[in-house]
Design a protein around this ligand. Structure first.
Ligand code: 4AD
Ligand code: MG
Length: 470
């Protein structure tokens, strides 16, 4: 039968059997005076490759060379004489075994023919980069963390709700939306790209203005205020013209919404969820984590274990600000009360003071979105952000304002259009409940788990200003 390489590596009982594997060559070299070829075959099931030894009597032997070709291999699994891997495959018997190259790979033009490409170069080859070990590991980690997400929330009784991508509402009220236009009866080639050829696309969702969602929160709140605990997990979009290593124009977000929940419950859920994801990766992706440990961040696995050991530190915005002000460090700006904590300040608190994740809560209302619940002091809101070393904010959340008058005050305070939130306001008119939630930027979680430092390398096809090929 045919097996995946990861399964073969973990199943010593297969030794002595003839099996089929299919994959791509990482490397291939001819040895033994030209009698044997050694292929490192990878099929994506693991970062580990299977060593395949092919005898020169096979007709396709002479086509074996370089990297990147695809092959179908039928051979005998034997215990590996070397100690690099537990098992290898021998293809020697012309009657029982078989070796076929499915697709050759021209080494002169193959974008990944050489070894050790820079991450920048790989980004330009996004169609080919899943062939690289690093992007392969990232893909498996993403898959595992997505699976862990569904497991965590489902085991706690949350319902997965699909919220819309196309919407007229600006969830964050921050004015960072990408607009939707319709293209009917034109192929991509025929769409005018010059300003002269442009039509007015301003009301172009069939006569209505529409955008790509910045967050599924407001929509998922509607479900939470009927079905209790829910979550959404999907792509979100921000028209930020930022070129940082932590921002994308298209990223994935997990947004749980908890009915009957306060700030304490929200923080507990967020911390447990993050820890669940880290534990899941340690339990299920150890080979990939070892790869990142070796290639990207020494001490990665110890760092992850360390996060699991202790409760996250907690402090108010005011306390975090005081730490920054009393640090004796020179920052490019020194914030006063009411100012946003810049990433240099967030990093100081989580990296230098706490040395781990920290939950900062009770932010000034001037800094946060309109839907956050006002505290008694009338100046702070029940918001909470989770900051982690190197990355900064991975989670942003809050208790939601469940009192209609207060919500209306806040909409006015933020100079937003009350009418456009008519459906959101109705949740506060008909059976309102206290509720809270948060959003985890999925790519920032992947950065945290892998140590990869640029967010563009932890999503298959990164979108940032001006970059949307493939
Ligand atoms: O803090 P944000 O903007 O919060 C919200 O969108 C809320 N509606 C979430 C909620 O309460 N349901 O974004 C949440 C998280 C951030 O903490 C960050 O991890 C990530 O989303 N994020 C980004 N990730 C990549 N690129 C960007 N441009 C991001 N903007 C936010
Ligand atoms: Mg935020």
């Amino acid at each position: 039968g045919r097996y995946r390489i990861d399964y073969i590596m973990r199943t010593p009982e297969l030794i002595g059997q003839v099996v089929i594997v299919k994959g791509w060559a990482k490397t291939a070299r001819v040895q033994g005076g030209g009698d044997f070829a050694f292929i490192e075959l990878n099929d994506g099931s693991s970062v580990k490759s299977l060593q395949v030894v092919v005898d020169k009597s096979f007709p396709e032997f002479s086509r074996i060379s370089g990297t990147g070709f695809s092959a179908s291999c039928k051979g005998l699994l034997i215990e590996s004489p070397g100690d690099k891997q537990p098992v290898e495959m021998q293809i020697t018997s012309l009657t029982e075994h078989d070796f076929k190259i499915i697709g050759d790979c021209d080494q002169n033009s193959y974008p990944l023919a050489k070894k050790n490409h820079s991450l920048e170069y790989l980004r330009e080859q996004a169609h080919m980069r899943p062939r690289s070990n690093l992007i392969g590991c990232v893909a498996r980690i993403r898959n595992a963390l997505a699976f862990a997400t569904h497991q965590f929330f489902n085991s706690r009784g949350f319902l997965y709700v699909h919220t819309p991508i196309v919407t007229a509402s600006d969830c964050e009220g921050a004015g960072e939306m990408l607009q939707v236009t319709t293209v009917m009866g034109k192929t991509l080639k025929e769409i005018p790209v010059t300003p002269e050829g442009n039509v007015d696309y301003s009301m172009d969702f069939f006569g209505r203005q529409a955008f790509l969602t910045v967050s599924g929160q407001l929509a998922v709140e509607n479900y939470s205020c009927a079905l209790s605990d829910v979550y959404t997990f999907g792509p979100t979009f921000r028209a930020e013209n930022s070129h940082t290593t932590r921002h994308l124009a298209e990223f994935w977000m997990i947004e749980p919404e908890l009915a009957w929940c306060d700030l304490e419950g929200d923080m507990e859920c967020a911390e447990s969820y993050l820890k669940y994801c880290l534990q899941y990766a340690l339990d299920n992706c150890y080979d990939d984590l070892e790869f990142f440990e070796e290639r990207i961040e020494k001490g990665l696995i110890a760092r992850l274990r360390n996060v699991l050991e202790k409760p996250f530190a907690r402090m108010t915005y005011t306390e975090a600000l005081e730490l920054v002000q009393k640090s004796g460090k020179t920052f490019s700006v020194m914030p006063k009360w009411g100012d946003d904590l810049q990433s240099e300040h967030e990093r100081y608190v989580s990296e230098d003071v706490v040395k781990g994740p920290v939950i900062v809560y009770n932010y000034p209302k001037v800094l946060k979105s309109f839907y956050m619940k006002l505290n008694e002091d009338n100046t702070t809101v029940q918001a909470m952000d989770i900051l982690v070393p190197k990355i900064g904010e991975v989670i942003g959340g809050s208790v939601r304002e469940d009192r209609l008058e207060k919500l209306d005050e806040m909409i006015q305070f933020k100079n937003l259009d009350k009418e456009s939130y008519w459906w959101y306001r109705q949740l506060r008119m008909y059976g309102t409940v206290p509720h809270a939630g948060f959003g985890l930027g999925f790519e920032r979680l992947v950065m945290m788990v892998t140590g990869v430092e640029n967010i563009r390398d932890v999503i298959p096809f990164p979108r940032w200003p001006g970059h949307a090929d493939f």
